[in-house]
Design a protein around this ligand. Structure first.
Ligand SMILES: NC(=O)c1ccc[n+]([C@@H]2O[C@H](COP(=O)([O-])OP(=O)(O)OC[C@H]3O[C@@H](n4cnc5c(N)ncnc54)[C@H](O)[C@@H]3O)[C@@H](O)[C@H]2O)c1
Length: 251
């Protein structure tokens, strides 16, 4: 029970990596708040976990919505020990100047500016409770960008930079801030990028060849890394970038 006594708030917990983190954290004793823009999915994940999970509807790109989430989450146990800023959106593969401006704005609002809203509304609850662990979710594409995904890659690079700045600013408050850089995994996000299931299958098979460990990432890989960073095993770890990518960065 590595998270016994801790309350964890996970954004984007209605699907993919976030849903698995919620399940894993709860199985390790945490009270979890599953936040997602898709309220139905957040509720389904929370219900599947049971009494230790709560669902909350939240759009992480909206200051008012994140403020309401912080209040709702704080009301559950009076504290927030772990925050996973996991909610994210990707982009259609396009050359740099071919993505519509509105999509670029949305990518930055959800993946990047959400960290501003979290710092403004959720971090104060953690600080008031004496500290905790913030885990931001970036991507290996931030570190090794490839063509066609420029704006998503850049947004995730910003997540890494902001994480390191946050770690410096909040160290005196005993809030650790780290970032996980997952390698690509076949979550609903993956299939949404390719739209056509056949194209998604082809992309999957092509990508597997580029992973030294011979497969794409799974939600359980990311949940395991997040569990470590959330737990007291990582009590002296802050400001790090943890790739969870089957060796993709060294390929
Ligand atoms: N799947 C991958 O290949 C991959 C690789 C590297 C990094 N990531 C990152 O991991 C995180 C989780 O991705 P996933 O693959 O599980 O995707 P997913 O699409 O399965 O889940 C993302 C969840 O975030 C929610 N969400 C989106 N916008 C939101 C908003 N404005 N407010 C609140 N919730 C919102 C969605 O409703 C969804 O439930 C994302 O930040 C993503 O960028 C994914």
């Amino acid at each position: 029970m590595r998270l016994k006594g801790k309350t964890a708030l996970i954004t984007g917990a209605g699907s993919g990596f976030g849903a698995e983190m919620a399940r894993r954290f709860a199985s390790e004793g945490a009270i979890v708040i599953c936040a997602d823009r898709n309220a139905e999915n957040a509720q389904a994940v929370a219900s599947s976990i049971g009494a230790s999970a709560h669902a909350a509807a939240c759009d992480v790109s909206s200051s008012d919505s994140v403020k309401a989430l912080a209040e709702k989450a704080a009301a559950v146990t009076g504290r927030i020990d772990v925050l996973v800023n996991n909610a994210g959106i990707s982009q259609q593969p396009r050359r740099i100047a071919k993505l519509p401006e509105a999509e670029i704005d949305a990518i930055f609002a959800v993946n990047v500016k959400a960290l501003y809203h979290a710092a403004a509304h959720i971090l104060p609850v953690m600080v008031a409770g004496g500290g905790g662990s913030v885990i931001n979710i970036a991507s290996v594409t931030a570190i090794r960008p490839r063509p066609g995904m420029t704006w998503y890659n850049a947004a995730k690079a910003a997540v890494i930079s902001i994480t390191q700045s946050m770690a410096g600013e909040f160290a005196e408050n005993r809030v650790r801030v780290n970032v996980i850089a997952p390698g690509v995994g076949r979550t609903p996000m993956f299939d949404a990028i390719f739209k056509d299931p056949k194209k998604a299958d082809e992309a999957h098979d092509r990508l597997v060849e580029t992973f030294p460990l011979g497969r794409l990432s799974k939600p359980s890989d990311i949940a395991g890394a997040a569990l470590y960073l959330a737990s007291d095993d990582a009590e002296f770890v802050t400001g790090i970038v943890l790739p969870v990518d089957g060796g993709r960065l060294i390929a």
